[in-house]
Design a protein around this ligand. Structure first.
Ligand code: GLU
Length: 450
């Protein structure tokens, strides 16, 4: 028994809560899918550190079906870029079923890459390369997302290929509008193979976690797609991933997600978790009934709804005062008065845009009548991203232009190397190892201006 088993317990708990649900039915338009066990029900969660938790039939393999779509969209985006891909496939929710003829009037461009029409086009956009044919590239990409070598369920592939005339018809329609760059038969064949790639709920959770983790597989550490591609895919999953139930899902569950007709379902909490469920009984929109219920409850329980703003940052500024009240302040009247004209601001934690704004606001507020010198103590700051640094440099440079001298306590060089700070702030910002030294320096400088 380990402490982290508590996470598994939470999944087991949800599993127990929904395992008895008997609503829904298996997809039978691909005959092979009716061979799945309707009682199968697996849940998996993978953290941003690559820790994996699961309950139930999380190691049972099944075909990805439409859960493959966001990952092949990612491959197309990574190969061709958003502008080129968007010429061929849109990013608007269709509000229609997965197999609808969702094509833009006039251009024939499919509404988005999550419905079949758009996914067939996306698949067709992945070019054969000199090293590998397109399907091999797709399988390799899906495998890198999962962190292990995946394979094709040949029976499912054959079954869909034998019955997939509607998808072929869609491909011909798109081709007739000159919106498909390749032969319709070949495009649909590759698409069927991609839908028949086999994986487990745990694999799916790793794949979702890779998108949530900015394109780096948190288990293998491999970068699979660039961060901007991961963000683009999550955005389209959020608006289109659940077909004509996408709006309702975003409203209630609040996570980018993708369902598939074999019963797989993924959801991604950006920078938090990858989640997956497997249960073959589907609702009218083609989504796993138990999967929907369990991931919805999990999002609620873990507070994952994107619009809930769970990440309101903790306190950044820990102190705004003047140097005369620091414990080390000298007792002489003149010295104390000088120290009273030195503001002191201390910050902590990781600085991003939101945190940097707080620091700058505190600098303005510090000191008597928002004047005098100011000490910025960054000892407790653990890091600053590039946006925060740019803002801090610009703020310190404004402060200097208003005639307020600053000194920083920055033994960890959180503001960046001195040369960069000089260039960005237009001044030699004095640096000290302690708040007291910095305060003393500022007080002396006020005593001997110029
Ligand atoms: N291969 C399936 C089809 O094209 C995927 C549909 C789905 O999973 O929603 O019909």
């Amino acid at each position: 028994m380990s402490a982290a088993e508590a996470v598994t317990d939470a999944l087991r708990d949800l599993h127990g809560r929904f395992a008895g649900v008997r609503e829904g039915r298996r997809a039978d338009y691909i005959p092979e899918l009716t061979r799945s066990d309707p009682d199968d029900f697996g849940l998996a969660l993978v953290s941003m550190d690559g820790h994996s938790y699961s309950a139930g039939a999380a190691d049972t393999p099944f075909s990805l079906q439409s859960v493959s779509k966001p990952f092949v969209y990612a491959l197309a985006l990574a190969s061709l870029g958003l502008e080129e891909v968007s010429r061929w496939v849109g990013a608007e929710p269709s509000g229609e079923a997965f197999n609808a003829i969702s094509l833009e009037a006039g251009t024939g461009r499919p509404a988005n890459a999550m419905v079949n029409a758009g996914a067939i086009v996306t698949t067709a956009l992945v070019p054969d390369s000199r090293e590998a044919p397109a399907f091999h590239r797709i399988l390799t990409c899906l495998s890198r997302f999962a962190g292990r070598k995946l394979d094709v369920d040949e029976d499912v592939y054959a079954s869909e290929s034998a019955t997939g005339d509607r998808n072929r018809a869609l491909a011909y329609l798109i081709r007739s509008a000159r919106a498909l760059p390749v032969d319709p038969v070949a495009a649909v064949d590759t698409y069927f193979r991609q839908c028949a790639v086999r994986a487990t709920a745990v694999d799916l959770a790793v794949m979702a976690a890779t998108l949530a983790h900015g394109g780096v597989n948190p288990v293998t550490g491999e970068r699979v797609v660039p961060p901007e591609v991961a963000a683009q895919v999550l955005a389209v999953m959020a608006t289109c991933g659940m077909y004509d139930a996408s709006g309702d899902w975003l409203l209630r569950v609040g996570l980018p997600a993708k369902s598939g007709v074999s019963g797989g379902l993924i959801a991604a909490g950006p920078a938090r978790f990858g989640l997956a469920a497997y249960s073959p009984l589907l609702d009218a929109a083609g989504t796993s009934v138990r999967g929907y219920a369990a991931l919805g409850a999990l999002s609620e329980r873990l507070g994952l709804h994107l619009m809930k703003n769970p990440a309101l940052p903790g306190s950044t500024v820990t102190l705004v005062t003047t140097a005369d009240v620091l414990p080390s302040a000298p007792s002489g009247r003149r010295e104390r008065a000088l120290r009273g004209r030195v503001g002191v601001v201390a910050a902590q934690g990781a600085l991003d845009f939101t945190a940097a704004e707080r620091v700058l606001y505190a600098l303005d507020e510090s000191g008597p009548e928002r004047a005098g010198s100011v000490v910025l103590d960054l000892r407790e700051v653990t890091g600053a991203d590039s946006v925060a640094l740019e803002l801090l440099h610009a703020g310190l440079s404004r402060l200097a232009r208003e005639g307020r001298r600053a000194a920083v306590v920055d033994p960890g060089d959180r503001l960046g190397p001195p040369d960069l700070v000089r260039e960005r702030t237009g001044q030699d910002l004095p640096r000290f190892g302690s708040r007291e030294e910095a305060a003393e320096h500022c007080a002396q400088a006020l005593a001997a201006p110029g």
